[in-house]
Design a protein around this ligand. Structure first.
Ligand code: SAH
Length: 393
């Protein structure tokens, strides 16, 4: 059994059950990639069991704080069972569900989404990579499903010294699927889409947008960073007259148009622009175009706190431009999915953008990720997605 010994005082976050051990916290010891190590304080007291990751700044990630716990196939089966069971108690109006959300489910580096009868997994840490076969077996056993596709192509794998791996891990079948979310059907591709194919985390916000559209009867909607048009379909189902959707990904836009058709909406109610959002917002401003509702759901501008400053400027820019296009009484749904931007900071950025645009607004909702992307008390980093709904005064 291998041991890592921490520097004096570095046990504090572990005593609060935070799951990460940084390189700088370790005094001595180590292991192979993904190997289970016993973690001890500077005084030699047992702290927990962790997966060692020799290439990563996050040098070890905790599996358990219980000395009697054995890290074996049974451990993974039990952890997966617990996560799957928790989803049955969350309010999820979809057959697309995030079953495992990494650290929040006690499995650092593991993401598993279920789309109908197909599972899609991302292994992004050395620990879960090492236990991949046991995890795959447990996933099938706990869900009763037989198809598991791997999308281990996230850039974070490089930080762990791992290479890309994609393809069927168990069973096989179609990779172009149709998801049922709320009242809508949505095409997705688990082989070529972003992440595991779809942004399940915005499920509740899409529903919220549909109900705002219905209540406030938005006529002109602008969906920025639309991906495959989830919010666009939500807008049309709420009765929006016309939705303009912008994304820089051609294949995503194609699926967006297909999604409008799949849900029986007339294609003339939707315009799809393969363009840069920032440039489009500026152009609309010059043309004097305005909208009743705008969605801003950009990609992660700040993966970590180190990128926060530059990202803050980028968020402020698009929010300022969007505010200027908003009709009085119009509504902005604005988001950040950057772990490096706190909810507080995001609020300040949006406030600054409003001030620069000369626009004030009522904050009518604070949004977060859907409940199957949970955060836990011990792992505040789990709160990556934040949103504000702002109604122009
Ligand atoms: N709202 C979407 C998810 C958005 S993800 C949903 O509900 O499914 C962010 C999207 O921004 C991605 O589809 C990506 O292709 C797009 N994107 C990234 N940078 C962009 C840019 N500069 N201009 C336009 N789109 C961009």
């Amino acid at each position: 059994m291998k041991i890592i010994r921490l520097r004096a005082g570095k046990e504090r976050s572990l005593l609060r059950r935070h799951p990460w051990i940084f390189e700088s916290a370790i005094a001595k010891g180590g292991g192979d990639s993904g190997e289970t190590v016993r973690v001890e304080s500077a005084e030699g007291l047992f702290l927990g069991w962790a997966a060692f990751s020799p290439a990563s700044k996050i040098r070890a990630r905790m599996w358990s704080f219980d000395e009697k716990q054995r890290i074996d196939a049974g451990f993974f089966q039990a952890s997966i069972a617990k996560a799957v069971q928790a989803r049955t108690r969350f309010d999820i109006q979809s057959n697309g569900v995030r079953l495992i959300h990494g650290e929040s489910d006690g499995l650092p580096g593991l993401i598993v989404d279920r789309y109908g009868d197909t599972l899609v997994a991302q292994f992004t840490s050395a620990g879960v990579e090492r236990w991949k076969e046991a995890i795959a077996d447990a996933l099938l056993a706990e869900t009763g499903l037989s198809k598991l596709y791997e999308r281990s192509d996230a850039s974070s794998r490089t930080l762990e010294g791992l290479t890309e791996q994609t393809g069927w891990l168990r069973g096989d079948g179609a990779t172009d699927l149709v998801l049922q979310e709320h009242d809508w059907k949505l095409h997705l591709s688990i082989a070529t889409g972003h992440k595991t194919g779809f942004y399940l985390d915005q499920r509740d916000s899409r529903q919220k947008f549909a109900s705002y559209t219905q209540r406030l009867q938005f006529q002109r909607v602008l969906n920025c960073f639309c991906y495959t048009g989830g919010f666009s379909v939500a807008a049309l189902s709420g009765g929006a007259g016309h939705v303009t959707s912008i994304d820089s990904s051609g294949p995503a836009l194609e699926l967006g148009a297909a999604n409008v058709a799949l849900n029986g909406f007339d294609a003339s109610r939707a315009t799809w622009l393969d363009a840069d959002v920032n440039a489009s917002l500026r152009q609309f401003g010059q043309e004097g175009r305005t909208f009743d509702a705008i969605i801003l759901d950009p990609p992660k501008f700040a993966p970590t706190v180190a990128h926060a400053e530059r990202a803050a400027r980028a968020y402020k820019d698009i929010n300022r431009l969007a505010f200027k296009l908003l009709e009085p009484g119009g509504v902005l749904f604005t988001y950040s999915c950057s772990g490096g931007i706190s909810a507080d900071l995001f609020h300040k950025i949006v406030a600054g953008a409003g001030a620069d645009a000369g626009v004030d607004g009522f904050i009518t909702e604070r949004m977060g990720g859907a409940p199957d992307h949970p955060m836990t008390i011990a792992f505040p980093e789990g709160e990556y997605l934040k949103g504000l709904v702002v109604m122009r005064r």
